[in-house]
Design a protein around this ligand. Structure first.
Ligand code: FE2
Length: 267
């Protein structure tokens, strides 16, 4: 593709803007960062599946193969970008993005994103796990080290018409993504990329039920917004796995960066 055509493709402009934005991390110039992040969000608002030569998959019935497929677009030291395709009814289980920012833009289909904030302490297991809280079923002693407190976030249902969903190191940092009403796909930008050696590994969680929320309790009060939620770190669920397919869209070369050849297949 000639250079001027590559420069004009929307996904190439998104990659350049992502590099410009996330090169500003760690955050030293907040106003400049947020201005650039807004520009990146505006570009993502415009992207459609056809811009990426992506044919929406319409089949309602689950097909053979992985429930989730990743198309790697590019990865630099500042950010990674790719496309996740979910079969109808597929789910990316609750997971985190330690110390990372991210933007998620739906390309087709409908997805429900259930997000949780990290608590104000920012990281690590709750200092006094479970104090004053009873779980159903009760936790074993050995599970306390994997217990985290979070704050209830929100559940959004997004389609192509919606703007990007944004996560930060604290806000919306943990999420579960479910495909509703058939297959769905979204463009995913993470900054910096996952890197277990730098402390940015992907962890999976399940939401614990407290005794006060147990079924059968008379008229349990609905959980208020921002109520503390208890999460238990768990191994990657056995029914979740992610395959890979080649990215079919315009070539993307973030300026001055060399593409990674070994993307990490997590969101
Ligand atoms: Fe994610």
């Amino acid at each position: 593709m000639p250079g001027d055509q590559m420069a004009s493709s929307l996904i190439q402009r998104i990659a350049r803007q992502a590099r410009t934005t996330f090169k500003l991390l760690p955050l030293a110039e907040a106003a400049r960062f947020h201005d650039n992040l807004q520009q990146l969000g505006s570009l993502l608002q415009q992207i459609q599946a056809e811009d990426l030569n992506l044919e929406p998959r319409r089949s309602q019935a689950p097909r053979a193969g992985p429930p989730v497929t990743y198309m790697h677009i590019c990865e630099t030291e500042y950010f990674s970008m790719g496309i996740f395709l979910l079969q109808g009814g597929a789910s990316i289980p609750l997971h985190d993005h330690p110390g990372m920012h991210g933007l998620l833009k739906v390309l087709y289909g409908n997805v429900a994103i259930k997000s949780f904030d990290k608590d104000e302490a920012g990281s690590g297991p709750a200092a006094d796990p479970g104090a004053g809280v009873q779980f159903n079923p009760p936790l074993r002693q050995c599970q306390l080290a994997a217990l985290y407190r979070s704050l209830r976030g929100s559940t959004e249902v997004l389609s192509q018409a919606n703007g990007p969903c944004i996560l930060t190191p604290l806000q919306n940092n943990m999420h579960q993504i479910d495909a509703l009403d058939g297959p769905a796909a979204f463009l995913d930008i993470l900054a910096p990329p996952y890197d277990p050696e730098a402390g940015r590994d992907c962890h999976y969680y399940k939401v614990l039920q407290t005794v006060s929320q147990s079924p059968g309790k008379a008229n349990p009060a609905p959980p208020p917004e921002q109520e503390a939620v208890w999460l238990l770190e768990v191994p990657q669920p056995a029914d979740f796995w992610c395959g890979g397919e080649p990215y079919p869209g315009p070539k993307v070369v973030p300026d001055g960066e060399v593409e990674s050849v070994s993307p990490v297949l997590v969101t």
